[in-house]
Design a protein around this ligand. Sequence first.
Ligand code: HEC
Length: 154
Amino acid sequence: MKRTAPRAAVLLVLLAGLVVGGGSVAHEGATGVVAERMHGMKSMAEDMKALAEMLDGKRPFSADDAKARVASLHHTCHQAQDLFSNGKNDHASRALPAIWEHPDAFAAAMAGFDRAVEALMTATQTASLESLRAPFLDVGRQCSSCHEDFRRPQ
Ligand code: HEC
């Protein structure tokens, strides 16, 4: 039982960078596809937070809810690939030009993310909370590494 505490802390650290970064302060003026992208990212952050809370024991584990959350992540991930592909940006956006200057690297980051989400989706089929932990952390790492490379710091 004692061993779960340090692992829970990992989730908090992971999420601090993801969810807190999604505060709605900087979004005035974002329109169209940029606003849609931000919205998608926020919805992914909410799904990640819900899953982390289950892993943390802060929210009752429901295999169905976990499945739905991960399906929603997967759906949003595919949408995001389209929403970034047109190169549109505006002043409210934190998307770095590197996304369109190095499209192959960005596509690789998206593909890595997609694979991680798919592994997590497979893990949800087992209906065991513990089996979600490792693939969840992998997904979180993909979120963070893409943000490091392609998102302007706040
Ligand atoms: C392949 C790259 C990539 C991946 C993977 C990725 N993001 Fe993002 N994310 C971005 C970029 C680029 C932005 C900045 C978008 C903008 O401001 O136009 C962003 C913005 C965000 C924001 C801020 C949204 C806002 O309202 O300004 C949140 C929150 C976020 N991402 C969460 C996540 C979470 C959670 C994951 C993983 C489940 C994730 N992201 C995966 C590239 C990525």
